[in-house]
Design a protein around this ligand. Structure first.
Ligand code: ADP
Length: 296
């Protein structure tokens, strides 16, 4: 099979691992920097270019690893491959949904997946009341499109919460307010779902004095056993967002597991190291199962 790996760099652990596993399975895989791709519309057939090279018909499948910086263009490129009938491990719509925390939580809440109490607003006139509606401080303030724990703030007092929220509203930065789940003790659970199956899961524990457990914030990882409810949430979250490959993040609260976000391009380094599971290999198997059917 010929696989296009949409990623800005080959110098990333996850990209390297996916390429390695594809080659091991005998496939041709090519890294395509989607920021160097363009699409031409308006002639008989839409064409996709990598730099000047026409790659419209080069791949049986694509594996998008769309980062946080060029999401919009990346999604448009994925969409074009999709429209041309190429199998993608993540649909463009699903990437867009997962990219925005509010959009993800809206979908999850409607489907009955438990999420922390969350409020979003852009109104600077009644911030105090917004905090009260949510149940008071401490409160978590999150940038809607933040990642790796950047843009997640814990405000302990009403005074500090108010000034932080006010600043974001005035800067036109979309945020959400969330109840602080203190009892999770700076721990969260990352679950990797590939093709309706849980392939790996780990617990991330934050550094002392830090409530965010992201690996990029110094969190440490270990393999973890999931409860039936946690498995249910992870499998359904991926399904509701329409993601073939997903990293589902949960926190354990007094009232059970709560979904906090879903990642459409989950990092593989932490999870492979913590569990010893070949997650990249699972992604390639998923491609093999699905892309062959589409191949003309
Ligand atoms: P990012 O996308 O930047 O990783 P998250 O929403 O996943 O943002 O939050 C980062 C980390 O902060 C989580 O992994 C978790 O450890 C912690 N966290 C997030 N939301 C809450 C919350 N409501 N209560 C307590 N801790 C939280």
């Amino acid at each position: 099979m010929d696989i296009g790996l949409l990623s800005v760099s080959m110098n990333v652990y996850s990209t390297k691992r996916i390429a390695e596993e594809a080659e091991r399975a005998g496939h041709y895989i090519e890294q395509i920097d989607h920021t160097k791709c363009s699409v031409k519309l308006g002639s008989q057939k839409p064409k996709i270019y990598f730099k000047e090279e026409d790659i419209t018909h080069d791949f049986d499948a694509i594996v998008p690893r769309i980062g946080t910086k060029v999401t919009r263009h990346g999604i448009a490129i994925v969409k074009q491959f999709e429209m041309n009938g190429v199998f993608s491990t993540a649909r463009s719509l699903s990437i867009a949904r997962a990219r925005n925390k509010v959009r993800t939580l809206q979908i999850m809440d409607r489907k009955g997946i438990p999420v922390p109490q969350t409020l979003f607003s852009i109104n600077p006139d009644n911030i105090k009341e917004q905090i009260e509606i949510l149940g008071g401080t401490p409160v978590i303030i999150k940038i809607q499109e933040g990642t790796q724990g950047m843009g997640v703030i814990l405000a302990e007092t009403k005074k500090s919460a108010k000034s932080i929220i006010d600043t974001f509203y005035k800067m036109d930065t979309s945020i959400l307010l969330q109840e602080y789940i203190e009892e999770c003790n700076g721990e969260d659970i990352r679950i990797i779902v590939v093709g309706h199956k849980i392939v790996a899961s780990m617990k991330r524990t934050s550094e002392l004095g830090e409530f965010r457990s992201n690996v990029h914030r110094g969190g440490i990882t270990e393999s973890v056993k999931l409860s039936a409810k946690e498995q249910f949430i992870a499998l359904n979250a991926a399904k509701y967002l329409g993601l073939g490959v997903a990293g589902v993040d949960l926190i354990r609260s007094k009232r059970g597991p709560l979904l906090i976000e879903v990642n459409a391009s989950p990092g593989l380094q932490g999870i492979e190291a913590a569990t010893g599971i070949n997650v990249a290999g699972e992604i390639i198997k998923f491609v093999e199962k699905n892309a062959r059917r589409k191949r003309k």
